[in-house]
Design a protein around this ligand. Structure first.
Ligand code: CTP
Length: 216
């Protein structure tokens, strides 16, 4: 890839971690995301001298000191936070594992056990990345992840097109919760690049270097 270096410090909006969709006050639906990738990207961006707003679902990692951190719990809250900060960022990186479905009618009180089966109705959440792809200006770069267990490139490219992304980072479920990741990256108008297996910190530095040279 032959990109020109973008001058000065960039404003990154980075999402991390999984969201929680409540069934009742003490139970929720979530996923196995550790938030490690998003936090590593935030640290790498800060280390390279950029400004970072980190929107994170519940995660146990130490919060990066110099970032503006917005803690959220649900997909709807993450959407509100991204909408609030999106127009002030040069680059959005959606590393969060946002729930695709939320509970249609969460109970306000703890659901009591009975001996009957229980059905919970789910309804789709908003696709935050798709919203960002629709609303980005010519100068903003929008990056998404694609977690795929098969047909990785084809499915990730479809997400790239459907969500109007500038870059997609495809990985497999093996990356969830792990310190390492093997990813493939596709940037608009460029071929796929497969990176060797690396720690998520190394991957994060690579992504930030790509963003620093991204053509706009
Ligand atoms: N994403 C999002 N909002 C959602 C769901 C996902 O912004 N409601 C983002 C994720 O942060 C990620 C990208 O979309 O950057 C792709 O997420 P992924 O779970 O791989 O795909 P989905 O679009 O949810 O589709 P599917 O689950 O069918 O693969």
């Amino acid at each position: 890839m032959h990109f020109q270096k973008r001058p000065g410090s960039l404003r990154f909006l980075i999402t991390a971690g999984g969201t929680r969709e409540h069934i009742d006050p003490v139970r929720f639906i979530s996923n196995a995301s550790s938030g490690r990738t998003g936090f590593a990207i935030a640290r790498a961006a800060l280390k390279a001298g950029h400004k970072v707003t980190l929107v994170t679902g519940p995660a146990t990692h130490r919060l990066p000191n110099k970032a503006r951190v917005v803690k959220v719990e649900t997909a709807a809250e993450m959407f509100e936070a991204v909408k609030k900060h999106f127009n002030k960022c040069d680059c959005l990186i959606m590393a969060a594992a946002v729930a695709d479905y939320t509970v249609a009618k969460p109970s306000r009180t703890k659901i009591k056990k009975t001996n009957k089966s229980l059905t919970i109705e789910l309804k789709p959440t908003s696709d935050i990345l798709k919203w960002a792809g629709r609303h980005k200006t010519r100068c903003q770069v929008v990056v998404g992840f694609a977690l795929e267990d098969k047909a990785m490139r084809a499915r990730a490219e479809k997400k790239m097109k459907d969500k109007n992304l500038d870059m997609v980072i495809a990985n497999s479920p093996a990356a969830i919760g792990s310190a390492n990741s093997t990813v493939q990256i596709k940037t608009l108008n460029h071929k796929w690049v497969k990176l060797p297996q690396a720690t998520k910190d190394t991957l994060a530095r690579h992504i930030i270097r790509l963003m620093q040279t991204f053509p706009v």
